[in-house]
Write a protein that binds this ligand. Sequence first.
Ligand code: IPM
Ligand code: MG
Length: 368
Amino acid sequence: MIKVKKRKMLLLPGDGIGPEVIVEVKKIIEWFNKNKSLDFEIDEDLVGGSSYDKHGTPITDEVFYKALESEAVILGAVGGPKWDDLEFSKKPERALLKLRKELKLFANLRPAICFKQLVNASSLKPEIVSGLDIMIVRELTGGIYFGEPRGIKLVDNGERKGINTHVYTSNEIQRVAKVAFDLSKKRNNKVTSCEKSNVMEAGQLWKEEVQALHDKEYKEVKLEHMLADNCAMQLLRNPKQFDVIVTDNLFGDILSDEAAMLTGSLGLLPSASLGAKDKNGNIRSMYEPVHGSAPDIAGKGVANPIATILSFAMALKYSLNLDKEADKLEKAVQNVLDDGLRTKDILSKGTKEVSTTQMGDAIISKLK
Ligand code: IPM
Ligand code: MG
């Protein structure tokens, strides 16, 4: 067998159910290494609360540089009640935000696909969600998550004031809109851009810049503008009207959780965070499930590893140019669902409950 070049990946399991779901991805990577003449070199390290417990910081410089040097980072989840009372800069979430910001991962792709086997797992009627396939493109390095000034300040009368700033430049808006338009051309050619242009200047700028880019470079794509509150409502009323949704950091955070539930469970949704191409045509990237660390079910062996496994499939596709392998992995997940195997979060009548490990093993057996 001819071995292809080594592909460096960094696994950051993190907190809560993160380590449990990352173990399943590791098994899959090992399977690909053994059976598909691929050569993934995997390194693994601490991030979030688990890093804080050992090193007193949610991410060490060493781990940060490892992330900079790898072709793709696969992250489990960070955070949990144990670390809720830490000072802001030490909170587990800061690690995630630092990685996003400093790796310049400005475009976060969150596909919400309702698998036919799971139409009954959604809390919406089957006819509303069956066949659903939307892509949320969330801006990830700007907006109110990072805007300055920020902080909690003492004001004259002894009151405290919490400040965050929602701010976008035209370049920040256009580069993420470009990702959305390009994706839509490979899909159904429709982009819905969401903001609150009725109350925020930054929202008005968002709308104008997306429209300007459209008129200049993407006339063939159907563009629609929608207020974010209306979008939240439309996602429940008629989600299949959407193809690609592009929106800012905060609205994207909220709308993607909502879209996740249309598919049945947060445990199914992968995500890819992508940066710009460097001069060699490579992009920095990080892959993570949309679900969080779910401390309430951590350690019980019931977490759904599918979102993380599908995140790895996105890494194969977007970072490593291994489309065939990505398809194979996605098909294996489908086949396991066809067999009626379900983790607790997607269990329904007539299906069989399996643990996190059993789900991972079943997916591997379908790869064979
Ligand atoms: C997400 C999460 C994060 C976010 C948290 C954990 C900081 O909710 O990725 O959607 O708010 O972006
Ligand atoms: Mg979120």
